[in-house]
Design a protein around this ligand. Structure first.
Ligand code: PAF
Length: 286
């Protein structure tokens, strides 16, 4: 199906997706997949641009995955601006958009899940039970449906990226997982589809998250004890006006294990709530 408003081909079922990708493969074209839940912003478009540089052909998927939302989360409210998304992708010269409906992804009697154990625990895993099982299941399915050479994700969802890298290794899925740095507003706020939930006052508070995480990363790099420094940051975030701080933590960048020694690549990660928005962010410790 071709949307009349754009030159992009939109496929909604696995057969049509595979048919299109087979033509590319037969022509020896390499393929990059950019999985998204839509409500595309400059962060997603940076993934698309990188995918275009990596591979001969790019397919973007938009699927708001019900299995990664908890019962009290924002599945119903999650923004779904389909025509704006199509326009952005067409303007970026993306030729193929995969937009399956839920019954395509999860037909009746669906009962198979992918669970990545260790790296899904702690951090967001503690606050969103089942979330990473939903992510791991849908990403595995998208990778098996498209069989791309590359799949490109943002580092903003850092734990998600580590989970995906782990499942690809553990399940021997032949794809290169590429993680790209977070795209930020000029004041440092990480771009996120959920920023749309912020009121004007909340939007003014939100960049403090990045500032505080950057200060923690700087101090840890300069010898501060990570647990003390992270709890100071949690207090500072509450004082700055965030409603709750789910966690501020410094972890091994590759395994997300608690930090035991200085010198290994590390990451400071946090999740907070502000009004209706749950915001996550993370920064490297240099
Ligand atoms: O990061 C996202 O947008 C989603 O979690 C993903 C990877 C597309 C899976 O639904």
């Amino acid at each position: 199906m071709v949307d009349p408003a754009s030159s992009i081909t939109v496929v909604r079922d696995i057969g049509s997706l595979r048919h299109r990708l087979k033509d590319w493969r037969l022509a020896n074209r390499t393929i990059a997949l950019v999985p998204t839940m839509g409500a595309l912003h400059a962060g997603h478009m940076a993934l698309v641009e990188h995918a275009k540089a990596l591979a001969d052909e790019v397919v973007v998927s938009i699927f708001v995955n019900p299995k990664q939302f908890g019962p009290d989360e924002d599945l119903a409210a999650y923004p779904r601006p389909a025509s704006e998304d199509w326009e952005l992708l067409a303007a970026a010269d993306v030729e193929l958009l995969y937009m399956p409906d839920a019954p395509v992804m999860y037909p009746e009697h669906f009962q198979t899940y992918v669970k990545v154990t260790k790296v899904s625990q702690g951090l967001c895993g503690d606050h969103r039970p089942g979330h990473f099982d939903g992510v791991a299941t849908v990403v595995t399915k998208l990778l098996l449906q498209a069989l791309p050479d590359y799949a490109v994700f943002g580092e903003k969802d850092y734990q998600q990226l580590v989970v995906i890298k782990r499942l690809v290794r553990d399940l021997d899925i032949p794809v290169d997982i590429v993680g790209l740095p977070t795209v930020r507003e000029t004041d440092g706020l990480a771009l996120s589809s959920r920023n749309a939930y912020l009121s004007e006052d909340e939007r003014a508070i939100a960049p403090v998250l990045y500032k505080e995480l950057s200060a923690v990363a700087f101090d840890i790099a300069n010898g501060a004890r990570s647990s003390e420094r992270c709890s100071q940051a949690a207090d500072a975030l509450l004082k700055a006006g965030f409603d709750t701080v789910e966690y501020v933590d410094a972890r091994d960048a590759a395994t997300l294990a608690p930090l035991t020694s200085q010198g290994k690549p590390a990451r400071v990660l946090a999740a907070v709530t502000l009004g209706k928005a749950r915001l996550i962010d993370n920064v490297p410790v240099h």
